[in-house]
Structures are given as C-alpha cells and as structure tokens.
Design a protein around this ligand. Sequence first.
Ligand SMILES: Cc1ncc(COP(=O)(O)O)c(C=O)c1O
Length: 375
Amino acid sequence: MPRPILLTVSRKALSHNLNTVINGLKRSNTNSNNPGIKVWAVIKANAYGHGIEPAVEAFEQANGLGMLDLDEAIRCRQAGWTKPILLLEGFFHESDLSIVQEYDLTIAVHCTHQLEMINKASLLKPLNVFLKLNCGMNRLGFMPEEYAKAWEYAAMLRSNGKIDTLGKMTHFSRADDDPNETQQQLELFKRVAGQFPGPVSLCNSAATLSPQVWSGINENTEQWVRPGICLYGGTPFADRDANSLGLLPAQTLKASILAVRDLKAGASIGYGHQFTATENVRMGVVSCGYADGYPRLAGTGTPITVHGKRTRLLGRVSMDMMVADLTHIPEAGPGSEVVLWGQGGPAIDEVAAHAQTIGYELMCAVATRVPRVII
Ligand SMILES: Cc1ncc(COP(=O)(O)O)c(C=O)c1O
C-alpha cells in the first residue's frame, strides 16, 4: 500500500470558480455599450500546482490562458486549447520566437531588448503583443517616461509587418490591500497608455474582483482580466476569505492518523519540544510533513480536520509527520482521515496565515512525492 497521503484536484471547483468570476464581471458590468470583459485564466506554475491539463479542460469557458513557460504553452495546445495564450513575461531568447509563432502565442513585451530581438528576427508571421507599463510594481515593464517611445518602436514594428495586434498591459502591486494606491496606478496607466489604441489588460484576481478597477477603463476598449489565485479557490485579499467570495477549494490535501498516544500533563511533543501539555492530551501522528509541501512554520494551533472534526496542530511539523490534538475527538484512531486543507478541512489560506505565508505558496508547493488524483 502507498503511504496514506493524497492530493485531490477538483475540475468542478476550478470551473465553478471561473464561472463565479465571469458572472461577477457580467453582473457588475452595467454599461450596455461595453462589449464584455474577456478573461485570461492564469495557469502559470503548473496551474498553481493543480496541473496544466486539468486546468485547460476546466477553464474551457475562458477566452484565453496566461502563463510563463513556453513548455506549458505547448502542452496547452497539445491538450487542444485553440483560443489565445498570453505569455506573461513574453519570450526570453530570440530563438523562442519560432515557438511563439508556431503555437500562435501572444506575448507581453516589457523591455527594449525584447523589441530589438523582434526587430532582428526573421518572422513568418506578425506577433500579437501587449506592451507592458510599469505603474509602480517596479518589476517588469517600461517606466512611464519610456512608454511612448517604446510604443513608437512597437508601432514601427507593426508597420514593418512584425507585429499584428498591439495592446497595453500593466500589473498592480497593491490591488489586494490598497484601493487608493491601485486607483492611482490606474490613473497613471490611463494618463500614459490611454492615448494609444488597442486592447488593454490590467487586472489580477484582486482587481478582477474589484469592479471599480476594471470599470475605470473606457467602455469601448477590449479589456482582458488575468485572474489566477481565485480560480483555484484561494482569496487574493487578506481581509476576505474565499468562501465569502463564493469560491470553492480546487485542491484538497488529505492524510491519515498513523498512531495515537496519551500524553500526561508536562510531556512535550516533537523536535525542539515546542509544545508542552498543560493537561492530559490525546494526540495523533499524521502522515504528512514538510517534505510533502506542508509548511514547517505552521505550529501549534494551526487548524486541521480529523475524522470530520476541526482541531489543531501540536508542536513542530517534521519532515514526514505532524501531530494533531485528538483530545476532543475520542472516535478518531489509527487510519482516521485527516484533511490538511481543502474540501472538508480548513481553508488553505487559514493554514497559510498560520505559517506567515499565503495560499498561493502552499498550492504551488505540494511535493511531487504526494500522489494526486483529478476528479
Ligand atoms: C502578470 C500577472 N498577471 C496576473 C497574475 C495573476 O495574479 P493572481 O493570482 O493574484 O490573480 C499574475 C500572478 O502573479 C501575474 O504575474
């Protein structure tokens, strides 16, 4: 028998979350002149750990897919995806452009070096490009004062037949926690890029779920949002949980109780004896540890569900095991089901908060040694 641990990915939850986003966009789009907002479902990093192929199937209703790796883009085409694919960082080497053309990929262009590579390349057909503005994230993108010049360069490449569609994009740095800052970044985007025609792409999950952001764009402009985390059932916000946003967890991590022990008051548990019982405790050893992708920083008090009942972790997470408090779950014993996060257990975002991180990191980090099923 394999070790009792399993990651379950739910296609139904993935589709449900995408539909929740699409319906929210429709509901909040009160302007009848607006042609409708298009959705790039972001599936980078192996679809945030859920697997490219299940995501391609579940996100059938999206208008396009967004990712980073050319290999993942090729897998999407091989899985039958015929709609647009956006490479969020564009291409890395001039030689990538032949793959971009062969697989009909749309590219973000964020620096002059990329424009120069396009200029030098001999292309069989023109490329579809979103020219990226840095509006405050200060990672990728042209600075506001460079943008008009970059646009001029790209427009020249379009006249030379190297670029077909030329769109504009940016990425907000604080859409999850600071609406005022996001509004300022949106105003900067409109001031700098608003004068240029073409489709626009601005919004990650937090901004997509904030109608005041995307509705700030001229209603006649073709607009693409780029939600990621919310499609997997994670919240992008620190102060709103996924459930309140109508999202379902797309991944569920389960394990089992391996052994049960009664500890007397005064006894301690695990490496470093980080937990010492102040009264008698019944504890269960769980078949999951940090080598499975569970965060080691999640300590005593982190929620965990055993035999359908919510309880807490005790002490330090070790490589292959952790300990759950079974004091109030007398019916739990060896072989009892444990839900670390997901359907029937705590939200991944709750576990992440106990480990001083975010649900994104946990989703992406489930180890390859954990068997997975797609349902
Ligand atoms: C350029 C870009 N767009 C969209 C997203 C999706 O973001 P989120 O998962 O917060 O929705 C990301 C993710 O980091 C990104 O880098």
